[in-house]
Ligand binder design. Structure first.
Ligand SMILES: [Mn+2]
Length: 230
């Protein structure tokens, strides 16, 4: 069984299908792990959900899932969901046929997944307090260090002391691909959000093969230029 990490999808199901084909990923044989922010913004959140189901993919909660969950829970109790942007309504509309299933799945998403080999988080960890001292907000949205609004400045992982396990994260499309290795070349840090929704790439990493695989985005990045990429 291979362990395959895939970066932030943001509804880019066509790129996901291409990536899964390039990797020859098969349900039951490969273990898929997603960095979060899987549904919002992009064209095909429903198809992303179908891929997740087919492959029994595991995922950590992203900042977009935290909001999507609140919106779906509001709908379930008959309340109007807080929708800030039209793309959020689009995601809700697309997921409407499977809203109950998705809502239940989101409710169970962990903030991190840890095994003997790796730790998977959405945004990162507190570089001073470590995994155990990282807050929910930091798991979901940490980017710079010290923490600041906006996307400029040094990253949390610039201050991160490598542990024994590979730490995999997403969320930071402006920061792009991050691969930091030990002197023996073994990676200890991997940032996989390469901005597929912004016209970049969708990235995967196969743990057992130390192999990075990317497919080109099919999205128009200009749609999101005014946004900060969070
Ligand atoms: Mn994010």
């Amino acid at each position: 069984m291979r362990t395959v990490f895939i970066g932030d999808l943001h509804g880019c199901a066509a790129e996901l299908a291409e990536l899964l084909a390039a990797l020859d990923c098969r349900p039951g044989r490969d273990h898929l792990l997603l960095t979060g922010d899987a549904f919002n913004r992009g064209p095909d959140p429903l198809q992303v959900w179908e891929h997740i189901q087919e492959h029994h993919a595991a995922m950590v909660m992203g900042n977009h899932e935290a909001r999507l969950l609140r919106q779906l829970q509001a709908l379930r109790t008959g309340q109007p969901p807080k929708v800030k942007h039209p793309d959020q309504q689009y995601t809700l509309d697309q997921l409407a046929p499977v809203a109950g299933e998705v809502c239940g799945w989101l409710e169970d998403l962990p903030l991190f997944i840890e095994t003997v080999d790796f730790v998977l988080v959405h945004a990162g960890i507190n570089p001073e307090r470590g995994l155990a001292g990282t807050t929910r907000d930091e798991f979901l949205a940490i980017r710079t260090w010290p923490p600041e609004e906006g996307i400029a400045g040094p990253r949390w992982h610039d201050y991160y002391q490598p542990g024994d396990k590979l730490l995999v994260f997403g969320h930071d499309a402006p920061g792009g691909l991050v691969v930091k290795r030990r002197p023996d070349r073994r990676p200890y840090l991997l940032g996989l959000d390469t901005g597929c929704i912004y016209g970049g790439q969708l990235s995967a990493y196969v743990l057992e093969e130390d192999r990075l695989v990317q497919v080109q985005s099919r999205q128009d990045g200009a749609l999101w230029l005014a946004d900060n990429g969070a």
